[in-house]
Design a protein around this ligand. Structure first.
Ligand code: ATP
Length: 471
């Protein structure tokens, strides 16, 4: 709500970027408000840095507009934009001391010496480096060097500061204290900070607004609380914090079925008997005696985590993670309750569950009981089955008929792993090939944003003849 009153300082309109034929940013739209700490969060390779570079002017979009304070700035070189960038490798000048590093941009602008001194001194105080003016930057710690880089970006007084994983090179403890300092610097200076990270905790700690990206698109924009409490889909829920993500069926408004049990929830408008994804955070599950639980399960493991115990509880084929201040004995049966408000219902990432190919037999050999068809420019061979050449077929592949080929010889050679979401039983993996998306089940944690060969197990497939071969 507060955002409605703040002015939009940077606006990305329908930005489309391709590198080497690959779509990197797929028509993204984003408004960034002044004086906000905005974090672009997402897995490696999802397009975060490219988004930042579009704003900074280091990459030009193939189509779409970059608007800065109401004016289109496509084509304006980086040094003419009212933004400054802090990179992960701070790129300080090693032969200059702290003062001269920070003063560099102001000297280029040919500001009077006295003014430079005033501005640099003030900025060094803001980043808590007062008294370090004469120190060679090579004699500073990682955290101090990072603060010099931030002071150097801020001293020229740009409206917007772009920060590309600036704390990535620091150890965990230093990173945590720098996160708080950075937020404080942003608050004091009232600049817009646009910060890129793949660390969800970092994003939740520092930001006013979090932009969650995946595979070249923006999945959700919201406050850290919104993103955590009301994820729009299983990808966001899985990426932000710990979550139990389960397959469920929305029976009707406010009624959901999960793990064979009907529970009350607060969501409406999904229709009747609609397959949905259901998110329950581990801290929202209350352990009860078995007879009082909405769900029951057997405790498989329990680990003390300082503030709470983390338990893994088996409900049939599914594993549920629960955080509780009280532990339960391994092997014992427990009940679990969730208040309706804490059950989040989301549309499934893919509207379909089976993978369907409609195709025509391109070659058939009755003697060896095989046939072939063309799929996205590749020839796929099906063994132990025969249909005459020219037969039109519908092939339905359940998600467990897909696997990633380790030897590089897949039925499709290059398929992109778009998302991996653990559903308590196995990973649901969404793959993207040239013309379609695929749903695969796997027990292996596959690496998102990589290309892999894909194999089909046609023994698990269902074949329907749509039209017999002519003649
Ligand atoms: P990371 O967290 O790993 O830095 P990211 O989300 O910031 O990832 P980008 O750096 O925006 O991702 O890259 C998105 C995709 O674009 C990646 O697959 C990357 O290999 C590719 N890419 C980035 N820059 C170029 C370039 N100049 N030429 C070709 N491909 C590029």
């Amino acid at each position: 709500m507060e955002n409605n009153q703040k002015k939009v300082i940077v606006s990305l309109k329908d930005i489309f970027v391709r590198f080497d034929g690959e779509v990197i940013l797929n028509h993204i739209n984003l408004d960034i408000h002044e004086k906000e700490f905005v974090t672009i969060l997402g897995p490696s390779g999802c397009g975060k840095t490219t988004t930042l570079r579009i704003i900074g002017g280091f990459v030009e979009p193939e189509s779409g507009d970059v608007i800065f304070d109401g004016s289109k700035i496509n084509g304006t070189p980086p040094n003419k934009r009212n933004v400054n960038t802090v990179f992960q490798k701070y790129s300080l000048f090693p032969h200059l001391n702290v003062f001269d590093n920070v003063a560099f941009g102001l000297k280029l602008k040919k500001l009077p010496k006295a003014e430079i001194k005033k501005k640099v001194t003030k900025m060094l105080a803001t980043v808590d480096l007062k008294g370090y003016e004469k120190r060679p930057v090579t004699k500073l710690s990682g955290g101090q060097q990072q603060r010099v880089a931030i002071a150097r970006a801020l001293v020229c007084d740009p409206d917007v500061i772009l920060l590309d994983e600036p704390l990535g090179a620091l150890d965990l403890k230093l990173r945590k204290s720098m996160q708080i300092e950075l937020k404080e610097i942003q608050r004091q200076t009232e600049k817009t900070f646009i910060y890129v990270t793949h660390d969800q905790e970092e994003a939740l700690t520092m930001s006013d607004t979090v932009v969650v990206m995946n595979n070249g698109v923006i999945e959700q924009v919201g406050t850290p609380e919104d993103i955590y409490n009301e994820p729009v889909n299983a990808f966001v829920a899985d990426f932000i914090g710990e979550a139990n993500i389960l397959n469920g069926t929305m029976i009707d408004d406010c009624r959901i079925r999960i793990l064979g049990k009907e529970l009350e929830c607060v969501d409406k408008g999904f229709g009747r008997n609609t397959p949905v994804d259901v998110v329950i955070r581990p801290e929202d599950i209350i352990i009860t005696p078995p007879e009082k639980g909405q769900l029951t399960g057997i405790v498989e493991s329990t680990t003390f985590k300082g503030v709470h115990y983390e338990m893994s509880i088996r409900c049939g084929k599914c594993e549920i993670i629960v955080q509780s201040t009280r532990s339960a004995e391994i092997g014992s049966e427990v009940g679990m309750c969730v208040v309706p408000f804490n059950i989040q219902i989301m549309n499934k990432l893919l509207p379909f569950y089976d993978n369907i190919i409609e195709t025509e037999v391109s070659y058939a050999d009755e003697s060896s009981n095989t046939f072939e068809f063309e799929l996205e420019g590749e020839t796929v061979t099906v063994e132990n089955r025969y249909y005459p050449q020219g037969t039109k077929l519908k092939i339905t592949l359940p998600p467990d008929a897909l696997s990633l080929a380790g030897d590089g010889n897949g039925d499709l050679t290059d398929v992109y792993i778009e998302s991996v979401v653990y559903k308590g039983e196995h990973n649901e993996i969404i793959l993207e090939s040239d013309e379609r998306k695929w749903l695969m089940l796997s027990d292996v944690d596959e690496q998102v944003a990589t290309y892999v060969p894909l194999n089909f197990d046609f023994d698990k497939a269902k074949f329907e003849v749509l039209q017999d071969a002519e003649g």
